[in-house]
Design a protein around this ligand. Structure first.
Ligand code: CMP
Length: 143
C-alpha cells in the first residue's frame, strides 16, 4: 500500500488546525500509520528541503519550518501520494481551490499550512527522515 509524508507546518499548529487537518484525511479513508509532534532542527529542515537549496526562498523556508512545533504523519492508502496532494491544493495557497486544505486555510505560498511528498521516491526519502521503521505501525482499520 502506498505511503506518503505530511507535515502540518508551524502556522497550522499555531492556528489550532491539527485536528481539522488530520480529520480530513481520516474522513477520506486514508490511514495514519505514524504520527508525531516535534520541532525540526535546522539540520533536519535543510535535509528535508535539500532540493530547494539555493532558491531565493530557501533560507526563509528553513527558518520558518524550524520556528515552532510541527506535526508529521505517514498516511497510507491506495494512491495516497496523489490523493494527499489533491486534498492539500496548490502549493501557492493563493491559487488553491476552495475545499482543499490550503484553499480553505491559507493565502500565502510561504505559509501554506501543510507539506506533502510529491512522488514515490520523495515519499520514501522523507518518511525515513522522520520515522524509524519500527515507528510505522501495521494495523487494520475497522470497516
Ligand atoms: P512545501 O510543499 O512545503 O515545499 C516547499 C515549500 O517552499 C513550499 O511548500 C512553500 O511553502 C515554499 N515555497 C515554495 N515556493 C516559494 C516561494 N516562491 N516563496 C516562498 N516560499 C515558497
Amino acid at each position: 500500500m502506498e505511503r506518503t509524508l505530511i507535515i502540518i507546518k508551524p502556522e497550522g499548529v499555531q492556528r489550532g488546525l491539527i485536528g481539522q487537518i488530520l480529520a480530513r484525511f481520516e474522513q477520506r479513508g486514508l490511514k495514519f500509520v505514524g504520527l508525531k509532534m516535534l520541532q525540526m532542527s535546522p539540520a533536519l529542515a535543510e535535509e528535508h528541503y535539500a532540493v530547494h537549496k539555493g532558491k531565493p526562498f530557501y533560507t526563509g523556508l528553513v527558518k520558518h519550518i524550524t520556528s515552532g512545533p510541527v506535526v508529521v504523519g505517514v498516511v497510507e492508502g491506495r494512491g495516497a501520494i496523489k490523493m494527499v496532494r489533491t486534498m492539500m491544493g496548490a502549493t501557492n495557497a493563493a491559487e488553491a481551490a476552495p475545499g482543499t486544505i490550503r484553499g480553505d486555510f491559507a493565502l500565502e505560498i510561504g505559509y501554506n499550512i501543510i507539506h506533502g511528498s510529491d512522488g514515490p521516491e520523495t515519499a520514501a526519502r522523507e518518511i525515513s527522515l522522520f520515522f524509524k521503521p519500527e515507528e510505522l505501525l501495521d494495523y487494520r482499520l475497522a470497516s
